[in-house]
Write a protein that binds this ligand. Structure first.
Ligand SMILES: Nc1nc2c(ncn2[C@@H]2O[C@H](COP(=O)(O)OP(=O)(O)OP(=O)(O)O)[C@@H](O)[C@H]2O)c(=O)[nH]1
Ligand SMILES: [Mg+2]
Length: 429
């Protein structure tokens, strides 16, 4: 009876050791728990180009984590590559969108036409003297400004553009197929890939685009376009983007001049207004409007320049900073599809996710998949993160980014054209 604890001496020693060990583990866990209260692991998530790395840069600036000299040199180099990449994307898009250099959009712009307006009586389906014909007879566009007669007669132009022959050869504006061109996969300039968006639901056809196409079609196929724009485009096309800049080195003057020349062109400026139809990084106008400053030999990027620089993230980084006694460990991941498979190993012990969505992306397609609308892609990834079992008790902060670009875009691009269910005020989403 009294012999209930009748284990051997060895067993008693062993169980004492187990108890001691368990106490030690409890102590350790408590310690870690206390330490965890002082540490917060944050994940910056979101699809490509939503601004994760930019937010991290802002966090660093606000919390005094200075950029190193090497980082400054890296940003400077990235900015030069951004300049060249933007120029390449623009000149490539001039061909895919069929816009001649020197093209001047009619002012005021012609009203958008509904597709059904194309369904005209058969007799009126062909060009008239002051419509298609006048456009056909106009001299081939060159780099000089193209002065088009007041809107040509947009309806006729539309008929011309969607005529069966053009349909079969080139596609029509309302049925634009994705065309993918040469891709530069450099870390900073990946957006040279230029393609026409087929996500653009062309319920409304832009007559200015049709007029541009007509002018482009009128270029003499033997001579092609000629003049300084074409020469500048040739220089830009030939640039090998893999520069290795050391302090003091800048873009070669012939490249800077070529970029300057094309950026001033009215056709390029019109092409820029249609950037949602191809891939163009958001910092294009920021850098191309300021070439003199950023291409000077003594140039070092300002904080604003660093925030605007685009460098695609391909490896996950951790940045630590302390705010009021709490150490934040912020993980910045790459958001493009090929990068997302790298996320999962970082899902442990996450205190909060900051999920970024680029609000201006509602009319854009993904860089890596031209059949996917960027906003829809964001929503899908957001949903899957919210439902992820590892994040059952993780705080999720939805960060609606790029509000400045969103506001500007709302002036011209209607949300309902891409999300027909949107019933709100077209300029006040
Ligand atoms: N105008 C404007 N540009 C922004 C804003 N946020 C980010 N950008 C720009 O958008 C581009 C892409 O931003 P990134 O921070 O590289 O995007 P990311 O989410 O890290 O992209 P990945 O690394 O590919 O996943 C950069 O050129 C940024 O300067 C914003 O709020 N306004
Ligand atoms: Mg990034």
């Amino acid at each position: 009876m009294g012999n209930v604890c009748s284990g051997s001496k060895e067993e008693v020693v062993a169980s004492a050791a187990v108890i001691a060990n368990s106490k030690e583990i409890d102590k350790q866990l408590k310690k870690e728990e206390e330490a965890n209260l002082d540490t917060a692991k944050l994940l910056l998530l979101g699809t490509g180009e939503t601004g994760k790395s930019t937010i991290l840069k802002q966090m660093r600036l606000i919390n005094g984590v200075a950029f190193t000299e090497d980082e400054y040199i890296g940003f400077r180099s990235a900015i030069f590559m951004n300049v060249v990449t933007c120029a390449k994307s623009l000149i490539h898009a001039m061909d895919t969108l069929k816009i001649p250099y020197g093209f001047q959009p009619p002012s005021p712009p012609p009203a958008q036409l509904q597709q059904r307006q194309l369904l005209l009586p058969s007799g009126s389906q062909h060009g008239t003297a002051n419509g298609t014909e006048s456009a056909t007879n106009s001299s081939p566009p060159s780099h000089a400004s193209i002065q088009l007669p007041a809107v040509v007669s947009a309806v006729t132009a539309l008929q011309h553009a969607v005529s069966p022959s053009e349909n079969s050869e080139n596609g029509t504006m309302e049925n634009v197929k994705t065309r993918t061109a040469a891709t530069d996969d450099s870390n900073t300039g990946e957006n040279e890939k230029s393609e026409i968006s087929n996500s653009t639901d062309m319920k409304k056809i832009d007559p200015t685009a049709i007029i541009a196409r007509q002018a482009y079609a009128n270029i003499d196929p033997e001579k092609g376009q000629q003049g300084p724009m074409v020469d500048a485009a040739t220089v830009i096309r030939a640039v090998n983007i893999r520069f290795g800049f050391v302090k003091g080195e800048t873009l070669p003057p012939n490249i800077i001049d070529a970029v300057r020349v094309i950026w001033k062109d009215s056709g390029i400026q019109y092409c820029y207004t249609r950037a949602n139809e191809y891939q163009l990084i958001d910092c294009c106008s920021y850098f191309l409007n300021d070439l003199d400053r950023i291409c000077s030999a003594e140039y070092m990027p300002t904080e604003q320049d660093i925030l605007n620089a685009r460098m695609m993230t391909t490896s996950i980084t951790e940045t630590k900073f302390e705010v009021q006694g709490v150490t934040f460990r912020v993980f910045d991941v790459g958001g493009q599809r090929s990068q997302r498979k790298k996320w999962a190993p970082y899902f442990d012990d996450v205190r909060a996710i900051i999920f970024l969505v680029a609000m201006n992306s509602y009319d854009q397609v993904c860089f890596e998949d031209s059949s996917a609308n960027r906003m829809v892609e964001s929503l899908n990834v957001f949903k899957s993160m919210c439902n992820h079992p590892m994040f059952k008790s993780t705080a999720v902060i939805l960060f609606m980014n790029k509000i400045d670009l969103f506001r500007t875009k709302l002036e011209t691009a209607m949300i309902a054209n891409h999300f027909p269910e949107f019933q709100g005020d077209k300029k006040d989403a």
